[in-house]
Each structure stands twice: as structure tokens, then as C-alpha cells.
Design a protein around this ligand. Structure first.
Ligand code: NAI
Length: 340
């Protein structure tokens, strides 16, 4: 306001200029698994992000079509499709962020852990290439089981000598997205104003929404309603898997969540202050080596892993009961990566 009074540009104008596409730094984002159910809408959403200058779409099949299609959209980024392992290096080279939704999704009756055998191998080979071609990129791991694929990625990077714990993220944003929607519905508050941290991991009971910290506060939710909201958040993925009846798991809401998380990473890289999202990262806020919690993002990735804050008794119980399962999933990932 002071500036405007003096006849200069308003501060909001300055802010807009500072982050407009013309002055935003060059950023390359690669999506691995870009022709899949998540990959395609995620490619679309990343093409719409003005912070992206280059978008590399990689898959084992189908990427030329997705890339040609998305490339016609009138936004800043240049789009290129890469298909097959021969082109993986080119897709990755120079990437600031690599988003990985490659792998098989769940069918009804499957847990995320049932995907382990196939997806662990895919993640391992993709991460080996990341270590070689873009060791400094931030990795956004979407492929399930995230509780194990993130530890696998860490082991691969450690072996390659490129591991930087600030740069590896398990994408748990969809749990937050769901918790917000379900809470807004019950608390009768506008979803756009809602914030709910979700901590722990990304499977069943390891997903722990902290509704006691939800804002705007709601004083009229009973303990039973909080329990039901918690359960619905934990089972949100299964709700979609069952509704899709064999045709896969969440893709559209996952693409939305993945785009939000990648955007937060881009903002952090670009020096925007106070960017905070929940993510499954290397952590020492509990005794487990990886844990999802609020994370502050900065120019080098994780700037700070934020603590859990005050928990209700129900949440404290949830935290204790999730630890054995999360620990086992982490160990399973580490074991896989070190054996093969
Ligand atoms: P999808 O089967 O529709 O697509 C997966 C894509 O990965 C396919 O296009 C396939 O060709 C590709 N792919 C397979 N092997 C590859 C390799 N070696 N390199 C590159 N691409 C490869 O599956 P969808 O629905 O897109 O799900 C992908 C993954 O995301 C699954 O593991 C799923 O469980 C996970 N997921 C994670 C969520 C989260 O919250 N973190 C939520 C929903 C799904």
C-alpha cells in the first residue's frame, strides 16, 4: 500500500512479476510412467504449471502420443516424449524434479503391499537411472507401496553414492487431499479453507490423519465421527479401487495430488518461503528411519522435517499401532534393495 501511495507498482503486482512464467527460472520435470492412468492427467497438470519450462514424458510404451497431445496446449513448457529404456537417460538428463507413477495399480482385494514384487523392481531400475543421469533431482515417488519404494530408492542412491535425504519424497498428498474433503463434508466448512496434516505412512493404518489439528476448528465432531473420518481416510484408496471394480486405483485425484506436491517442490526450489506439505521422508521425529509428516521445502529439497505437534489420545494410540507395520514395510524395501 505504501508503494502504491508513492505512485509505484503495488506489492501484489511485484509478487506476480516475480513469479510469472517469464521470470521464473528454467525447470525441467520428468514424469516416469507418463502414459498410465496417473501419468496422463499428471502430464496435463504439469503442462499447465507455469513454473515448468521442460516436461519430459517417459514410459515403456505410448509416450509419443501423450506427448504430442499435451504439447499442443498453450503454456510455457516444451514437451517431449521418450519411450523405452534406450531413451530413459535423455528423458532424465537435466531434470530438477522426477515424478514416478510407474508400475501396476491395485485391483479389488489387493493391498498396496501386494504390488511389491512388480513395483519394487521397476522403482529400483528407474532409480538406478536417476542416480546416473540426474543425481541432483528431487524425486517424487508415487509408485506403491510407498512405505517400501521410498526406502528402496534411498538404498539404490546410497549404493550409487548420490543419496541426499533432502531430495527423496514419498508422495502422500492424496491422503491429505482426502482427509480435507472428508473433514470439510462432516465439519461443514469450505474445503478450500481446510488444512489437515496426515502423518505416518501411505497404506491402511499407517495413514494417520491428525484431525485434532484440523483447521478451521470444528467443535461439534464427536469421537465416533473422528474415528469414522480417520477410517475413511485410511480406506480412501480402497473406496476408489472397489468403485473402479478391477480397472485400477485412484488416477485423477492422484494426478491432482501429485501436481500439488510437485508444484510445492518447484516453489521450494525457486526460493518461495514457507512452503509446507506432508510427505514420507527420511526422518528422526520418531524411531523409524522414514516417516510422513509436515515438511518445509526449500532450494535443496527438504529444509526441515517438522514435528508432529500435540496429538489427541486417539492419535497417540494410532501412532503406536502403525509403527510395527510401517517398520516392517521399510525393512522389506531395504532388504529387497540390498539383496538383488
Ligand atoms: P497404470 O497401470 O495405469 O500406469 C502405470 C504406467 O507405468 C503404465 O503406463 C506402464 O507402462 C508404466 N510402466 C511400467 N513399467 C515401467 C517402467 N519400467 N518404466 C516406466 N514406466 C513403466 O497405473 P496407475 O493407476 O497410473 O498407477 C501407477 C502407480 O501409482 C501404482 O503403483 C499405484 O499403486 C500408484 N498409486 C499411488 C498413489 C499414492 O497416493 N502414492 C495413489 C494411486 C496410485
Amino acid at each position: 500500500a505504501a508503494l502504491r501511495r508513492g505512485g509505484g507498482p503495488s506489492s501484489s503486482h511485484l509478487l506476480r512479476r516475480c513469479y510469472s512464467s517469464e521470470s521464473a527460472p528454467e525447470r525441467k520435470v520428468a514424469v516416469l510412467g507418463a502414459a498410465g492412468g496417473i501419468g496422463q492427467p499428471l502430464a496435463l497438470l504439469m503442462k499447465l504449471n507455469p513454473l515448468v519450462s521442460k516436461l519430459a514424458l517417459y514410459d515403456i510404451a505410448g509416450t509419443p502420443g501423450v506427448a504430442a497431445d499435451v504439447s499442443h496446449i498453450n503454456t510455457r513448457s516444451e514437451v517431449a516424449g521418450y519411450m523405452g529404456e534406450d531413451q530413459l537417460g535423455q528423458a532424465l538428463e537435466g531434470s530438477d524434479i522426477v515424478i514416478i507413477p510407474a508400475g501396476v495399480p491395485r485391483k479389488p482385494g489387493m493391498t498396496r503391499d501386494d504390488l511389491f514384487n512388480i513395483n519394487a523392481g521397476i522403482v529400483k531400475s528407474l532409480c538406478t537411472a536417476i542416480a546416473k543421469y540426474c543425481p541432483n533431482a528431487l524425486v517424487n515417488m508415487i509408485s506403491n507401496p510407498v512405505n517400501s519404494t521410498v526406502p528402496i530408492a534411498a538404498e539404490v542412491f546410497k549404493k550409487a553414492g548420490t543419496y541426499d535425504e533432502r531430495k527423496l519424497f514419498g508422495v502422500t498428498t492424496l491422503d491429505v487431499v482426502r482427509a480435507k474433503t472428508f473433514y470439510a463434508g462432516k465439519a461443514k466448512v469450505p474445503v478450500a479453507e481446510v488444512n489437515v496434516p496426515v502423518v505416518g505412512g501411505h497404506a491402511g493404518i499407517t495413514i494417520l490423519p491428525l484431525f485434532s489439528q484440523a483447521t478451521p476448528k470444528s467443535n461439534n465432531l464427536s469421537d465416533d465421527e473422528i474415528k469414522a473420518l480417520t477410517k475413511r481416510t485410511q480406506d480412501g484408496g480402497t473406496e476408489v479401487v472397489e468403485a473402479k471394480a478391477g480397472k485400477g486405483s485412484a488416477t485423477l485425484s492422484m494426478a491432482y495430488a501429485g501436481a500439488i506436491f510437485a508444484d510445492a517442490c518447484l516453489k521450494g526450489l525457486n526460493g518461495v518461503p514457507d512452503v509446507v506439505e506432508c510427505s514420507f521422508v527420511q526422518s528422526n521425529i520418531t524411531e523409524l528411519p522414514f516417516f510422513a509428516s509436515k515438511v518445509k521445502l526449500g532450494k535443496k529439497g527438504v529444509e526441515e522435517v517438522l514435528g508432529l505437534g500435540p496429538l489427541s489420545d486417539y492419535e497417540k494410540q494410532g501412532l503406536e499401532s502403525l509403527k510395527p507395520e510401517l517398520k516392517a514395510s521399510i525393512e522389506k524395501g531395504i532388504k529387497f534393495a540390498s539383496e538383488k
